[in-house]
Design a protein. Sequence first.
Length: 71
Amino acid sequence: MRRFVAKDGVLWDAVVGHESWGTFVVLFTPAAGGDARKVVLAEESALAAETELGEKTDEDLRAMLEQSNPW
């Protein structure tokens, strides 16, 4: 799990999720509660998805959040 502050100052958590059809996503949830969002990853294994998330900078996560869709 990664925790970061979005450009608007809201604290978010980012975790790797697994869709039912096998796709890995990053799930974004506001720490104070609210609607979750997601971004699809190109990775094909849980380890690769976790590694990708771990290598992201906070700026990368903010950019992904801006491109995310409702979950």
